[in-house]
Design a protein around this ligand. Structure first.
Ligand code: DQA
Length: 141
């Protein structure tokens, strides 16, 4: 099974950025643990602060991978281009948010990508990525 994890803008700062909201673990460290936990899964990890690079990467993995876990960061709330990219690929995408966006500012309550994703995991911290892996492992979609 091949799963791509894609993180959008500012998520390269996990562990250092607003730790009260996002925690103090770096994604690189979390990702190592995730790989160790699921040795049968081939993971790729891609992070970019640039919207077009996220679109390009969705195109790259979106016709051959089994699942994509996408934390689009702030682009979740603004990006028609990411929504169209998700709609245009074959691989199912789960929308991930570390924080509970519904308990935060109102502009975070709108997701332009949600309708094109199979589902959303939100507010469960970094654990949300693992829950997404579990879903792809258990489900035939
Ligand atoms: C986020 C929530 C977004 O609103 C925010 O812009 C982020 C991170 C999350 O993982 O909780 O950058 O996607």
């Amino acid at each position: 099974m091949q799963i791509a994890i894609i993180n959008g803008p500012n998520l390269n700062l996990l562990g250092k950025r607003e730790t009260g909201i996002y925690g103090s673990e770096s994604f690189e460290n979390y990702f190592k643990g995730l790989q160790a936990q699921y040795p049968a899964v081939t993971f790729t990890y891609f992070q970019s602060n640039i919207e077009g690079e996220l679109v390009n990467y969705l195109h790259e993995v979106g016709f051959s991978y089994d699942g994509i876990l996408l934390n689009a960061g702030a682009y979740t709330h603004t990006s028609v281009a990411l929504r169209d990219a998700i709609a245009g690929i074959k691989t199912p995408v789960i929308e991930i948010h570390i924080s509970n966006v519904y308990a935060r500012e109102e502009f975070r309550h709108t997701s332009l990508i949600a309708a094109k994703c199979v589902g959303c995991i939100c507010g469960l911290g970094l654990k949300g990525y693992q829950l997404g892996v579990e879903f792809f492992g258990m489900t035939d979609i």
